[in-house]
Write a protein that binds this ligand. Structure first.
Ligand SMILES: Cc1cc2nc3c(=O)[nH]c(=O)nc-3n(C[C@H](O)[C@H](O)[C@H](O)COP(=O)(O)OP(=O)(O)OC[C@H]3O[C@@H](n4cnc5c(N)ncnc54)[C@H](O)[C@@H]3O)c2cc1C
Length: 421
């Protein structure tokens, strides 16, 4: 069977690949064949399950500090700056005719229709209108370099030869969506290295029945991650106690410190701070006869208040006036710097993203072209960067997808000019 031909092929019709394909098809020289290969039964399955089926398309506000990478933060910033947030928002609202609405309490932008499907469909339609050819299902199982082209082999024996290749295969989290990590192997075969992969934005597990018995309780916390005793990040968000351990935005955001850096995670329950808790426990201002548990219940769910008092080894009937110095200090520590008893994470099966991947130093930050393999471009989650919960991961996918697609199309234009000249 002879190979099909394309000027440019994108592997992976997820968030980054759809965006890359759309811009590549729009900007490629007239008559170019721009193919989008998707291994799953339908494109954009992760978009469809995102944001609880509503797709948190973008954050309302974004800063480089909302993203994590082990690679150069300077390169990360340049890549984000390649398509600033207001321009991304305008693209969805004006070009795709997809109005976005703000969920004020979370700072997340959702499509007005509150349906992820409209986002996936609008991107797909936009790519098709720009001239993209979607081949689906077309599961790539091998990529090889053939002089000045890439030979892609499909599971079923079909082959495709493309002179430019964009790798947008995502990470390896929630592999049933089609993103199972195969792309890292393709990148390695083409000369790249990969930083160790780890689940991120992932619920954490706990064996501590005193806490898992409180499953269902959700409250704001100030979480702190410490590596070798040094605080590396702290933020205020909501924590959810589950029967398996801990989840909610606070824990998802913090989880990579556990899965990647073996950090210690501690929380200030209620995010009130030591001063406020000290006042609450003060017999004079709190009323000496009031029970310690009762004082805590003013600020915490009752079951959690009782559990924390027990963990601090304060007798349940103790009144504020009876609290001696040592017990007060232990309770204050339990309330404000409580080491979360974490046994592990729920892994790639449920993680929202994959940390690690292709180092940002291995791509040209102006174009996302591979430094190891000319003609190859990389975008999206396969690269070593991810954002916290709140639309930041799509922001990354849209920005890097557009950059890779536009740059790959520009290089086709240059090649055509050279051959014409
Ligand atoms: C449950 C869940 C909810 C989420 N919600 C949000 C949210 O609301 N907002 C947000 O910003 N982020 C969210 N994320 C994260 C976000 O979905 C990802 O960061 C984003 O989809 C990454 O885009 P990508 O294009 O790089 O990879 P993907 O979207 O994973 O796309 C990769 C594509 O490549 C295809 N592919 C892989 N290997 C091959 C192969 N060998 N051949 C052919 N095709 C292949 C896959 O089938 C897939 O379609 C969520 C993630 C999960 C798991």
């Amino acid at each position: 069977m002879s190979a099909e031909q394309a000027d440019l092929a994108v592997i992976g019709a997820g968030a980054a690949g759809l965006m890359a394909e759309r811009f590549a098809a729009e900007l490629a020289p007239r008559g170019s064949r721009v193919a989008l290969l998707e291994g799953a039964k339908e494109p954009g399955r992760k978009i469809l399950i995102s944001g609880g089926g509503r797709c948190n398309v973008l954050p309302f506000i974004s800063e480089p500090a909302d993203f994590f990478t082990e690679s150069s933060r300077h390169v990360l910033r340049r890549l984000l700056d390649s398509w600033p947030l207001p321009e991304q928002r305008a693209f969805f609202e004006a070009d795709l005719q997809l109005p976005l609405v703000l969920e004020a309490e979370s700072g997340k932008l959702f499509p007005e229709a509150q349906q992820a499907r409209v986002v996936r469909d609008a991107l797909l339609q936009s790519a098709r209108e720009a001239g993209a050819a979607l081949l689906c299902p077309w599961r790539v199982h091998e990529v090889t370099r053939e002089s000045d082209a890439f030979l892609l082999s499909c599971d079923d024996g079909r082959t495709l030869l493309a002179s430019r290749l964009i790798l947008a295969t995502g990470g390896q989290s929630v592999p049933k969506t089609g993103s199972d990590g195969a792309g890292y192997g393709f990148a390695r075969a083409l000369g790249h290295s990969t930083l160790p992969l780890y689940p991120a934005l992932v619920p954490l597990t706990s064996q501590d029945a005193r806490l898992t018995a409180l499953s269902g309780i959700a409250l704001p916390v100030l979480w702190r991650a410490r590596v070798n005793g040094k605080v590396v990040e702290e933020r205020e968000r909501e924590l959810l106690i589950t029967h398996q351990g801990f989840s909610g935005p606070a824990v998802l955001d913090a989880s990579h410190w556990i899965t990647h850096a073996r950090a210690e995670l501690s929380v200030d329950w209620g995010a009130r701070g030591r001063e406020a808790w000290t006042r609450t426990l003060d017999a004079a201002s709190g009323g000496g006869k009031r029970s310690v548990v009762g004082a805590l219940e003013q600020h915490l769910p009752a079951r959690l208040a009782a559990a924390l008092v027990a963990i601090a080894e304060v007798a349940p009937t103790t009144q504020l006036a009876q609290l001696d110095r040592a017990h007060r200090e232990r309770l204050l520590l339990t309330l404000t710097d409580f080491p979360l008893p974490v046994s592990g994470s729920r892994g790639f099966a449920v993680a929202e993203v994959t940390g690690g991947g292709i180092p940002l130093g291995e791509v040209n930050p102006r174009t996302l072209e591979s430094r190891a393999c000319p003609g190859l471009y990389l975008c999206g989650e396969i690269l070593d960067a991810f954002g916290r919960i709140g639309g930041f991961n799509f922001q990354w996918a849209w920005a890097t997808g557009r950059l890779a697609g536009s740059a790959a199309a520009a290089s086709l234009t240059e090649r055509r000019a050279e051959t014409a000249g």
